[in-house]
Design a protein around this ligand. Structure first.
Ligand SMILES: O=C(CO)[C@H](O)[C@H](O)COP(=O)(O)O
Length: 236
């Protein structure tokens, strides 16, 4: 990954921490993916004392490891159903702050932890900044499904106009990717998504679908790290 992209991720993450993890914040959701690592990096720079009053809620196995390995206090969303702030990455964000998430297959828990927070903040590099969803992210909308339903869901997605729904296959294992929840993932290509709310409702109604990687009307603020070293902010 180019250092320009990594620097853009880092700047967006640092800005989110500096702006939103303020003195009175006690419960913080920690997203998944590579950008979120820079959130933890910034938190650690603030020193042990600043983090000691905060409980961190993970959105995946990876995020749990990140919290534990860095000596932060771990909680879970079943203990804390209402959080102050959640910060997470995204695969693409449109001009209305709707997002595609689930490139890492964690979008079920990510959505629960995002919706639990009073403020949901997205951090991303410039490659994810789009006018319309589907413009830049070409890997499809991630959909988590109960394993035995996947061929049924694939058929129903085709009936909804999906171009090429594909079962996500693992790289270092034979067979499909298994999510943290023991489910399968389908990546569903719908081209440009002009009405993400409508598409989300249609997919969510398919029997066997556990969660859809469309985050509609969830984000409050998005920070994009830009190529020129600046950070842009989009607010709801
Ligand atoms: O939704 C996600 C995982 O399910 C990630 O937040 C998303 O894929 C972005 O990841 P990265 O920060 O590595 O670009």
């Amino acid at each position: 990954m180019s250092s320009l992209i990594e620097e853009a991720k880092r700047r967006a993450a640092y800005r989110a921490v500096d702006q939103h993890i303020t003195y009175h914040v006690r419960l913080v959701g920690i997203g998944s993916g590579s950008t979120i690592g820079y959130v933890v990096e910034r938190l650690l720079q603030r020193g042990k004392e600043a983090n000691a009053r905060i409980v961190f809620i993970p959105t995946s196995f990876q995020s749990r490891q990140l919290i534990v390995d860095n000596g932060l206090t771990l909680g879970d969303v079943d203990q804390y159903p209402e959080l102050d702030v959640t910060i997470d990455g995204a695969d693409e964000v449109d001009e209305n702050l709707n997002a595609i998430k689930g490139g890492g297959g964690c979008h079920l828990r990510e959505k629960v932890v995002a919706e639990a927070a009073k403020k949901f903040i997205i951090i991303a590099d410039y490659r994810k900044n789009a006018k319309t969803l589907g413009e830049k992210w070409k890997q499809g909308i991630p959909i988590e499904v109960v394993p035995f339903t996947y061929t049924r869901v694939i058929k129903e997605l085709k009936d909804l106009g999906c171009e090429n729904p594909t079962l996500r296959m693992a790289n270092a294992k034979a067979g499909p990717v298994i999510t943290d929840n023991g489910n399968f993932l389908i990546d569903a290509h719908f081209g440009l998504v002009n009405s993400p709310g409508e598409l989300l409702r249609k997919i969510k109604l398919l029997t066997g679908v556990v969660e859809v990687g469309l985050f509609v009307d969830v984000a409050d603020v998005v920070y994009f790290g830009n190529e020129d070293g600046s950070v842009s902010e989009k607010k709801r």
